[in-house]
Design a protein around this ligand. Structure first.
Ligand code: CA
Ligand code: CA
Ligand code: CA
Ligand code: CA
Length: 244
């Protein structure tokens, strides 16, 4: 009997260990939107007026760059339905060399939103433990699913971009799906609530005229030589803590 109890305890411990592998590196308290923002690319909504900018300044790939080449910042808020982001990017050249959204999407200019619904951390390269949504200049949303199959996830993320000269303002509504998500089936996004923790990072792929992206800039410091970890490992994400 004791042995069985111990086995159950051991299995339960292993499951709970697998569930949470991540240590909190960047805790961001996110205030609930006073009014749901209108996703129109204009940061004039009341909630944005009351939210501070956060930096998008960690070089994950590529050589040092000038402020004119790239600089970025973002705001974040939430309501019961989704996360909302206001992302302001200074990028000297907007470049979309592949019109096919499923072709080398990370080598075109795009905003990348990483979300781990239950903040578990862990590996998510070809599964839905977390998502890495690449939002292209034309609004298409790409990620790789199980079986290494690229998918459009346009129903997961609504966006609108307004570009004035070198400055683009992206407004995004990001629905959160949990790890039971199955491609090709009916899935419902989760409802958000106060005190929920969400794994999160933001990035921008900057390409101005090269075959491959020139820089990849993220919102969080990544340890080690290879900083291009976000699309594989949700342990590197920061943590959002949703508050009223
Ligand atoms: Ca707006
Ligand atoms: Ca640039
Ligand atoms: Ca997860
Ligand atoms: Ca660019």
């Amino acid at each position: 009997m004791k042995k069985i109890f111990f086995s159950i305890f051991l299995v339960a411990s292993l499951i709970s260990c697998q569930k949470k592998t991540k240590e909190t590196k960047q805790l961001i308290t996110v205030k609930k939107a006073v009014e749901t923002p209108i996703v129109d690319g204009e940061g004039t909504d009341k909630c944005w007026m009351q939210t501070n900018w956060l930096p998008l300044d960690q070089r994950w790939i590529g050589p040092p760059y000038s402020d004119d080449d790239f600089s970025g910042k973002y705001k974040i808020t939430w309501d019961d339905e989704a996360l909302y982001l206001l992302v302001q990017i200074h990028d000297d050249v907007l470049f979309d060399q592949y019109k096919d959204p499923k072709k080398l999407w990370w080598d075109d200019d795009c905003v990348e939103v990483f979300v781990d619904e239950n903040n578990s951390g862990g590996e998510h390269q070809y599964n839905h433990n977390a998502f890495a949504y690449h939002v292209a200049l034309d609004g298409n949303v790409m990620d790789i699913g199980p079986g290494e199959i690229p998918h459009l996830y346009n129903e997961h993320l609504v966006s609108k971009r307004i570009t004035n000269g070198k400055i683009s303002t992206w407004e995004l509504k990001v629905y959160l799906y949990d790890n039971t998500y199955v491609d090709g089936e009916e899935n419902s996004p989760v409802t958000l609530h106060k005190d929920k923790e969400v794994g999160f990072a933001l990035a921008y792929c900057d390409n101005d005229h090269s075959k491959e992206r020139e820089n990849f800039i993220g919102s969080i410091y990544v340890e080690g030589e290879d900083k291009n970890q976000g699309w594989i490992n949700a342990d590197i994400f920061g943590t959002l803590l949703l508050k009223e």
